[in-house]
Design a protein around this ligand. Structure first.
Ligand code: G3D
Length: 200
C-alpha cells in the first residue's frame, strides 16, 4: 500500500527537468535576463535590483517551474576566455538561449559569428534555440529585422532545429515571458529531450 501511494505521489508531483544554457557575449544582458525571469516566474522572488547586476564571471544557476516542468538555467560568463568553457555544458542541456545586445552594432557581427560557432558544435544537435534581441527599450537599439539579418548569415547551420528570434528588454521584462514559454514548449517537444527521457 505504501509503495502504491508513494508511486502515485511521485507520478502526480513529478517534474520533468530541462537544462537550458544562457549564452552570449559579455554585457549582452544574460544575467539581467535570468534575474528578470526569476522575478516573473518565481512567486515572491526577492532578488537584487536589476540595475545593480554586474557581468557574469563564473556561472549563475537558477530554476523555475511551470506546471509539471522545471527549467534549470545555466548562465555562463561571456568574456572571451570564459567562452572556451561553454562547450563543457553542451551535452547536458536541452535548449539554448542566446542573448544579443541590440544597442551594440559594433559587436553584432562578432555575436553572430559566436552564435554560429556554438550551434555548429555536434553536442548541441537538435537543441531548440532562442535568440533574444535584448535592450529593445533603448532608443539606439537596432530593430529586430536588423539583428535578424545579421544572424541570418548562419541560418544553414541551424538545420532542422526549432529556432526563434525574439525582441526583449530584460531590464523592463518585455518579451521575457513569451520567450520562456516558447522555449519551454519546444524543449518538451524536442527530439533531444525525448532521447534524454529514453535513456533514463
Ligand atoms: P551579461 O550577464 O551578459 O554580461 P548583464 O550582462 O546582465 O550584466 O548586463 C550588462 C549591462 O547591460 C548592465 O548595465 C545591464 O543593466 C544592462 N542591460 C541588460 N539588459 C538590458 C536591457 O534590456 N535594457 C537596457 N537598457 N540595459 C540592459 P551596466 O550599466 O550595469 O553595465
Amino acid at each position: 500500500m505504501f509503495t502504491l501511494l508513494r508511486g502515485l505521489w511521485k507520478y502526480f508531483f513529478r517534474k520533468d527537468e530541462y537544462y537550458v544554457l544562457i549564452l552570449g557575449l559579455d554585457n549582452a544582458g544574460k544575467t539581467t535576463f535570468l534575474e528578470q525571469t526569476k522575478s516573473l516566474f518565481i512567486n515572491n522572488y526577492d532578488g537584487m535590483p536589476l540595475n545593480k547586476i554586474t557581468s557574469t564571471v563564473g556561472l549563475n544557476v537558477a530554476r523555475i517551474e511551470q506546471g509539471s516542468t522545471r527549467l534549470i538555467f545555466w548562465d555562463l560568463g561571456g568574456q572571451e576566455d570564459l567562452q572556451s568553457l561553454w562547450d563543457k555544458y553542451y551535452a547536458e542541456c536541452q535548449g539554448v538561449i542566446y542573448v544579443v545586445d541590440s544597442s551594440d552594432p559594433e559587436n553584432l557581427a562578432m555575436s553572430s559569428q559566436t552564435f554560429r560557432k556554438v550551434i555548429l558544435h555536434p553536442d548541441l544537435e537538435g537543441a531548440p534555440l532562442l535568440i533574444l534581441a535584448n535592450k529593445q527599450d533603448r532608443q539606439d537599439a537596432l530593430p529586430l529585422t536588423e539583428v535578424e539579418s545579421a544572424f541570418n548569415t548562419g541560418v544553414e547551420s541551424i538545420g532542422d532545429r526549432d529556432c526563434k528570434i525574439q525582441r526583449v528588454s530584460a531590464l523592463k521584462g518585455e518579451g521575457v515571458t513569451e520567450g520562456i514559454e516558447w522555449l519551454t514548449q519546444r524543449v518538451q517537444q524536442s527530439r533531444r529531450a525525448q532521447m534524454k527521457s529514453n535513456s533514463q
